[in-house]
Design a binder for this molecule. Structure first.
Ligand SMILES: Cc1cc2nc3c(=O)[nH]c(=O)nc-3n(C[C@H](O)[C@H](O)[C@H](O)COP(=O)(O)O)c2cc1C
Ligand SMILES: [Mn+2]
Length: 442
């Protein structure tokens, strides 16, 4: 992460804030406004109550995420599918001698880290960027995943382990064996692991290896100090500990990615055994609901949908989630009458959690521009015929009041046999003219 930060700084893609900032809401407020204004990573050099600088919005755009894994931002689905599939190319993590590689670490207390409170009603400071590493209790396969954690004391965090996530299953399995589950929380791990942790990768796959695959070279690991795990040696800060068996304690309220507060509820208890940080460590903060969080989710959901529907239907050009992960947009090259409706059904069937709504458009629509997608909906769909609603079916899993039940599919493609009537107008020259030849330089 540090190397990436240096690159961003060198090319002027970093907003640096040197004024002393309060971690209690002020840091979050500046982050929210600065993202809107500049859309660049933000480095807070001075945060009250801590010596650690805070970096945020690091991975907040498609361009930056694509850059990290060295692909084109417009072709994410296809390239991700190729990269993330493990093919035994020898990118399994390797153990290195951290000192020999020039990494030095100090111990520190949890409370010395930036304790950031984000939204107005948040119950306490939260760690929002920490990536958990843990091993499957029986097979030992390592998993990476993000889980927010509420700061309670220097020895206790409460973590949101949502149902069915791999870490949740590991924890439950360890509990059934009467054991705590050891884990390490990585703050500021190598950039490629960010995508690998956010993506829903199969239970038995080694996500550290996927991160190596994305980087094109194995992750270099060092042992933890208090638990039996290894972690990427370049990680800025590592919090080591274990999830207590048979314990659940109150966590929340917390302002979450959907824009609401989750209520106070019992969640997993993480006993902190120790914290190590690199010399001059940088802390990574994620504003919940900001692109840095939701974009990774959108990309991984889109890539999954792309893979699954391409396996059963022809003509799938690209998939994205816009403007939020609950809406899947698919671009197709129509092959036959009714093709788009089949695509709608395939999407709703292949993504039971996130595809609350799906829109299918033709090849000439820019699916990364919601206005263009809406243009297609408004000009190429008939509400009485081209919209499919599905009743009484759940989508988002954490939904006790069924606010997310029901699905909507919109066929916003031109009628197959009248595609010529829907040729988009073009103005000759728009693609090629150079405006600077027509107006005086500013
Ligand atoms: C920044 C960020 C924060 C997240 N916070 C949580 C969280 O608090 N609880 C949770 O269960 N999932 C959270 N997620 C989602 C999971 O980390 C994500 O679905 C991941 O793929 C789960 O990994 P798994 O497939 O190995 O279970 C978050 C994701 C991101 C990118
Ligand atoms: Mn996993």
């Amino acid at each position: 992460m540090r190397e990436y930060l240096a690159q961003l700084r060198a090319r002027g893609d970093l907003v640096e804030i040197n004024r002393l900032v309060d971690p209690n809401h002020e840091l979050a407020a500046v982050t929210a406004l600065a993202i809107k204004r500049w859309d660049k990573p933000i480095l807070f050099n001075r945060v009250e109550g801590t010596k650690f600088p805070v970096l945020t919005h690091t991975y907040g755009t498609r361009q930056r995420l694509a850059e990290i894994i060295n692909i084109e931002p417009g072709d994410f689905c296809r390239q991700w599918s190729r990269l993330a599939s493990l093919g035994g190319e020898g990118n399994k993590p390797v153990d290195v001698d951290a000192a020999e590689r020039g990494f030095e670490y100090d111990d520190c207390k949890l409370g010395e880290l930036p304790l950031i409170t984000y939204s107005e009603r948040d119950a306490a400071p939260y760690f929002t960027s920490a990536m958990f590493v843990a091993k499957e209790p029986e097979t030992g396969v390592p998993n990476l995943s993000f889980h927010r954690s509420m700061y309670v004391s220097d020895s206790e965090l409460r973590c949101r382990l949502a149902p069915r996530h791999h870490l949740t299953l590991y924890h439950e399995k360890a509990e059934s064996m009467g054991k705590p589950l050891e884990a390490a929380m990585l703050i500021g791990p190598p950039p490629t692991s960010f995508l690998s942790a956010a993506a829903p990768i199969p239970y038995d796959a080694d996500e550290l290896e996927v991160a190596g695959q994305l980087a094109g070279k194995p992750l270099e690991m060092r042992p933890c100090k208090w638990v039996d795990l290894t972690v990427p040696a370049s990680t800025e800060i590592v919090i080591e500990g274990r999830f207590l068996a048979g314990e659940r304690r109150a966590d929340g309220p917390f302002g979450e990615f959907m824009g609401y507060y989750t209520p106070e509820e019992p969640n997993a208890v993480f006993e902190v055994l120790g914290v190590t940080c690199r010399k001059d460590a940088i802390f990574h903060s994620i504003l919940c609901g900001a692109p840095e969080e939701v974009l990774t989710l959108e990309l991984s959901v889109a890539a999954n949908v792309y893979q699954r529907i391409s396996a059963v239907l022809p003509g799938i050009v690209d998939v994205t989630c816009q403007p939020f992960v609950l809406h899947t947009v698919v671009k197709i090259k129509q092959q036959y009458e009714g093709h788009a409706r089949q695509v709608l059904l395939a999407v709703l069937g292949s993504e039971p959690t996130w595809a609350k709504m799906c829109t299918v458009v033709d090849e000439d629509v820019d699916i990364y521009d919601m206005n263009d997608v809406m243009w297609a909906v408004l000009t190429r769909s008939r509400p009485d015929r081209d919209m499919i609603t599905i009743e009484d079916t759940p989508s988002f899993y954490r939904d006790p009041h069924k606010d997310h039940w029901g699905r909507l599919g919109i066929d916003a493609t031109a009628p197959f046999d009248r595609r010529d009537d829907f040729v988009r107008k073009t103005i000759p020259g728009v693609e090629t003219l150079d405006l600077s030849h027509y107006v005086d330089a500013e």
